[in-house]
Design a protein around this ligand. Structure first.
Ligand code: ATP
Ligand code: MG
Length: 445
C-alpha cells in the first residue's frame, strides 16, 4: 500500500528521522487517502517530545504543548505534529485528565476512536494497521478500536462521532459498536455543547444527512435533541398520512445544499408542529401557529447547543417564515420582503424548494411552478431596485422634521406609513410625492 503524501509532510517526517525519531502521518488523512479522497489536513504522530520538535523546526506554533501538539509551518502549509501518547484516566466520560507520552506507536494508535482512524503511514515502513482498519474501510464499517463500551465510557463524544463518520462515509456502524452506543448514549449529557455542536454540523452537512436518523434510533437525540424525538412520533396529517413529521424532515435534508444554515433549518423546519398540533372539524391535523412556536423552540435548541448568534437568528427566522404564502405579483413579493425581512426572504426559496421536493402528493408540481414564479418575481424586484425598506425610500426623517413634525415616535410611524404606501405603489417613491402624502396624512390626524 503506497500513499501519496504532500512534500511538506514528507520533509517533516524525514527531518524527525534524521534526528533519531520515528514519525508517521496518521488518522483522518490516511483514511481519506486510502478512500481516494483529498484529506483536509495531514496530521503527523512522532516519538519526539514537543521540545525536540520545536528545536528541529524553525517555524512552529505551540498549539497544545500539554497534549503534545506542535504546529509546524512549511511553505504555506501547517502540519500538526503530536507526540505519541496514551490517554491518562478519563473523568466524567470526556477528555482524559492528563496525557502520558510514550515512545510506542502502537500505544498511540490504540487510543484512537475507530479502526479506520487508527492507521499510520510513512514511506519507509508503509501502512501500519494494527486493528483491521483496512478491512473495515473495504467493508465500509465503523468499528471501535477495542471494546466499544470502554471506548465510549472514556469519551462519550465518540458516540456522536460514530454516527458522523457513518454519514460522511456512508458506512454502517458495526453491531457491537451500535449496542454500546444504545447503552451509553445517556453519557452524552457530560459532553460540552461546543463539541456536540461541531459533530452535529458535520453530520448534517455530510453526503448522507438522512443518516441523522441513526442518532434517533440509537437514543442519541433523546439526550441532545429531544425536540427531534417529538417530531418522530408526530404524524403529519393524521388520519390521512401516517408518516411522521421527523421522517419528512430527514427526507428534505438531501434537497438543500450542504451548509449549516440550510441543513439546520430543514431538520427543524416543522419543530413547532408537535407542540401546536390540534384537529380541525373533519378530524384532520391542524398546526396553527407552528411557525411562531417553531421559532421559539429553535432559539432554545440552538442557544443550548451554543450556536453563534448569526446562526440562531437566521435559522429561527427562517423557521418562523418558511411557510410564508407568496403572493404572485411584484407587489406581493415586495410585501413579503418587507414582512419577512430582506436578509431572510431569499433563504425561503431554497427552504421551500427542499420542503416541496420531500413532499409526495399530487400538488407537488403545481407548488414547484408557483415557487419558481415567486423567485422570478423576486429577481425582478431586486433587479429593478424597487423600494422594500427605509434604505431606498426617497424621504428621510430629516425631511419630515423640516415639515414641522417633532422628532420622536411620530416620525417613525409616518415613515412606516410612507414605506408601506411605496411598497404598494412603487411610482410614489419620489420625494415631492412622499412629502405631499405626508402632509395629507398629517392633516387627517
Ligand atoms: P476530519 O478532520 O475529516 O473530520 P479526522 O479523522 O481527521 O476527520 P479529527 O477530529 O480531526 O478527525 O481527529 C483526528 C484523529 O484523531 C482521528 O482520526 C482519530 O484518530 C483521533 N481522534 C479524534 N478525536 C478523537 C476522540 N474523541 N477519541 C479518540 N480518538 C480521536
Ligand atoms: Mg482532522
Amino acid at each position: 500500500m503506497e500513499i501519496q503524501i504532500p512534500e511538506g509532510a514528507e520533509v517533516i517526517i524525514r527531518e524527525l528521522n534524521n534526528h533519531g525519531f520515528d514519525a508517521y502521518v496518521v488518522g483522518g488523512c490516511v483514511r481519506d487517502s486510502i478512500l481516494g479522497k483529498k484529506p483536509d489536513d495531514w496530521d503527523i504522530t512522532t516519538s519526539a517530545k514537543p521540545l525536540s520538535i520545536k528545536k528541529i523546526f524553525k517555524r512552529t506554533i505551540d498549539t497544545g504543548i500539554k497534549h503534545g501538539t506542535v504546529t509546524v509551518l512549511r511553505n504555506k502549509n501547517r502540519y500538526e505534529v503530536t507526540t505519541y501518547r496514551i490517554d491518562g484516566e478519563y473523568e466524567d466520560n470526556r477528555h482524559p485528565k492528563d496525557v502520558i507520552f510514550t515512545t510506542d506507536l502502537a500505544g498511540d494508535l490504540k487510543r484512537r476512536d475507530f479502526t479506520i482512524n487508527a492507521m499510520a503511514y510513512n514511506p519507509q515502513r508503509g501502512l501500519i494497521d494494527a486493528f483491521g482498519g483496512m478491512e473495515d474501510l473495504k467493508n465500509r464499517i465503523i468499528r471501535c478500536v477495542g471494546s466499544p463500551e470502554e471506548r465510549f465510557s472514556e469519551d462519550a463524544l465518540r458516540i456522536l462521532r460514530a454516527v458522523r463518520f457513518s454519514a460522511q462515509l456512508g458506512f454502517v456502524i458495526e453491531n457491537d459498536t451500535q449496542s454500546a452506543i444504545r447503552k451509553l448514549a445517556p453519557n452524552l449529557v457530560n459532553i460540552s455543547a461546543e463539541r456536540i455542536q461541531a459533530e452535529l454540523v458535520k453530520l448534517l452537512c455530510s453526503q448522507n444527512p438522512h443518516f441523522f436518523k441513526q442518532a434517533y434510533e440509537l437514543g442519541i437525540t433523546k439526550v441532545i435533541l429531544p425536540e427531534f424525538d417529538d417530531m418522530m412520533i408526530t404524524p403529519r396529517e393524521f388520519p390521512y398520512h401516517t408518516d411522521k413529521i421527523g421522517e419528512h424532515a430527514l427526507h428534505s435534508l438531501q434537497f438543500i445544499k450542504p451548509e449549516k444554515i440550510g441543513r439546520l433549518s430543514m431538520l427543524l423546519h416543522d419543530v413547532g408542529k408537535p407542540a401546536v398540533r390540534g384537529a380541525d372539524a373533519k378530524g384532520k391535523n391542524s398546526f396553527i401557529g407552528y411557525g411562531e412556536r417553531g421559532e421559539v423552540i429553535v432559539k432554545g435548541i440552538l442557544k443550548r447547543l451554543k450556536f453563534d448568534n448569526d446562526t440562531v437568528y437566521k435559522v429561527s427566522k427562517i423557521i418562523r417564515w418558511h411557510d410564508y404564502p407568496f403572493l404572485l405579483s411584484e407587489r406581493g413579493i415586495r410585501r413579503g420582503i418587507y414582512e419577512v425581512g430582506e436578509d431572510i426572504f431569499p433563504y425561503l426559496f431554497r427552504i421551500k424548494r427542499a420542503d416541496i421536493e420531500a413532499q409526495n402528493d399530487e400538488k407537488k408540481e403545481e407548488r414547484k411552478i408557483c415557487l419558481e414564479r415567486a423567485e422570478n418575481l423576486y429577481k425582478d424586484v431586486i433587479r429593478k431596485n424597487q423600494c422594500v425598506s427605509l434604505k431606498t425610500l426617497h424621504i428621510t426623517g430629516n425631511d419630515l422634521i423640516e415639515l414641522g413634525i417633532g422628532p420622536g415616535k411620530e416620525i417613525g410611524i409616518l415613515l412606516k406609513y410612507l414605506l408601506e404606501t411605496v411598497i404598494d405603489n412603487t411610482e410614489y417613491n419620489k420625494k415631492e410625492i412622499l412629502l405631499t402624502i405626508a402632509k395629507n396624512r398629517l392633516e387627517k390626524i
